[in-house]
Design a binder for this molecule. Structure first.
Ligand SMILES: NC(=O)C1=CN([C@@H]2O[C@H](COP(=O)(O)OP(=O)(O)OC[C@H]3O[C@@H](n4cnc5c(N)ncnc54)[C@H](O)[C@@H]3O)[C@@H](O)[C@H]2O)C=CC1
Ligand SMILES: CC(=O)C(=O)O
Ligand SMILES: [K+]
Ligand SMILES: [Mn+2]
Length: 353
């Protein structure tokens, strides 16, 4: 029996609704599999925690998390209580950085049973590889003066190591898929970092002559995600571009509420973290209608990471079946609750197992 120790951080808002839902599904997965089990240790780190303790997590929080096989997180952010840049940098981004989770994998695919807002989508299936450790997400910069002389400066950081690492990851991934990598650039407007990005891409692709490539400016690429998403396989993007493209990836699937993500530590020094693309959705929190699929599909990415791909595939198929049969939350045009969708997924999993 293989046992995985999981640190669970529901976080804020609907994180507190969809994480328990996904844990129920993981318990069903373990039962059905028979040879794996999970131990879940929950941590209340969140904006509520901040209100009580003046910080998003305890000082030894990272030390505590280190010993787990993976971190399973919902979402962070409650702007009514804590400014977003404080809460995200104090928990989510802190874990990504300190645990060297340098790659963020975010798949999107045409989903059976979901009505995409695209009029007549062809079947698409792509993965955005988002650089997750540097780029436009940086604390470097500052503000001076007030009033009409006020100045804010924000520096983007692109290292050859980090850029190349994300690109190589994308090429290796493409080799296991349809052997195509698209680079998201903006070298016509961003004077230093994006021409650099293009140069590194040109260097790296020379090592992968068996993989076809394309490079588009981010504005055009965003439009292509709408007009011809079926033409993409692996897309490699900087931290910010990848962030934006993957909400769009969720939207064309039918809802950002189903988009999964994995923050991968590639050097094996620290655990990886699994959290969906979406945030804490304060606009729907507390109504019991949050779509749990993003969190559940994220659990599938965690299973893949553990090498449990077979049961992961069964889980994804079950999610699709439930959606195809119309058991959907309101964001997908349905009337089901978080609980109803979750219970139906668990029920069918157990029936199959
Ligand atoms: N990785 C993370 O933890 C992220 C955290 N955030 C934080 O979340 C808070 C809200 O941010 P927003 O910009 O509103 O983004 P959001 O992703 O939370 O919500 C955007 C829209 O999508 C809907 N939505 C999101 N997830 C859904 C789900 N599972 N089911 C149904 N509908 C869903 C929401 O109701 C909202 O209308 C902020 O504090 C923000 O900083 C935002 C994005 C990522
Ligand atoms: C913060 C955020 O939106 C993300 O990392 O996806
Ligand atoms: K999230
Ligand atoms: Mn985002």
């Amino acid at each position: 029996m293989k046992k995985w120790e999981i640190a669970v951080i529901p976080g804020d808002g609907i994180g507190k609704e969809v994480v328990p839902a996904a844990l129920d599904v993981l318990k069903a997965v373990a039962d059905v599999h028979g040879g794996i089990s999970f131990s879940f240790t929950e941590f209340p780190w969140s904006c509520d925690y901040y209100m009580e303790h003046g910080k998003m997590m305890p000082d030894d929080g990272l030390e505590t998390l280190r010993n787990f096989d993976a971190i399973f997180l919902g979402a962070v952010g409650n702007p009514k209580l804590v400014p977003d840049h404080i809460s995200l940098w104090g928990l989510l981004l802190k874990i990504r950085r300190e645990f060297e989770q340098v790659i963020n994998i975010r798949p999107a695919k045409y989903f059976r049973g979901l009505s995409s807002p695209l009029a007549e989508p062809r079947e698409f299936d792509f993965i955005v590889v988002r650089e997750n450790s540097e780029g436009e997400y940086s604390e470097i910069g500052g503000r001076i003066h007030r009033g009409e002389d006020e100045i804010a400066i924000q520096n983007a950081v692109f290292t050859r190591k980090g850029t190349e690492r994300a690109m190589r990851y994308a090429f290796e991934l493409a080799r296991k898929r349809k052997r195509h990598v698209t680079s998201a650039t903006k070298s016509n407007g961003i004077f230093h970092t994006m021409p650099f990005w293009d140069e590194v891409f040109a260097d790296v692709k020379r090592d992968y002559p068996d993989v076809a490539t394309a490079s588009y400016h981010i504005d055009a690429l965003a439009a292509f995600f709408v007009t011809r998403p079926h033409t993409f396989d692996v897309v490699v993007a900087s931290n910010l571009f990848g962030d934006i493209l993957t909400d769009l990836g969720g939207a064309i699937m039918g809802s950002i509420g189903i988009a999964p993500a994995a923050n991968i530590n590639v050097n094996g020094k620290y655990p990886s973290m699994f959290e969906p693309v979406h945030g804490s959705a304060p606009d729907i929190y507390g109504q019991g209608i949050a779509n749990p699929i993003g969190q559940i599909w994220t659990a599938k990415l965690m299973l893949d990471h553990f090498g449990e791909e077979e049961i992961g595939a069964l889980l994804l198929q079950t999610i699709e079946d439930v959606a195809a049969d119309g058991i959907k939350t309101p964001d997908l045009g349905g009337t089901a609750t978080t609980k109803e969708v979750t219970e139906e997924i668990c029920r069918r999993l157990r029936k199959r197992g």
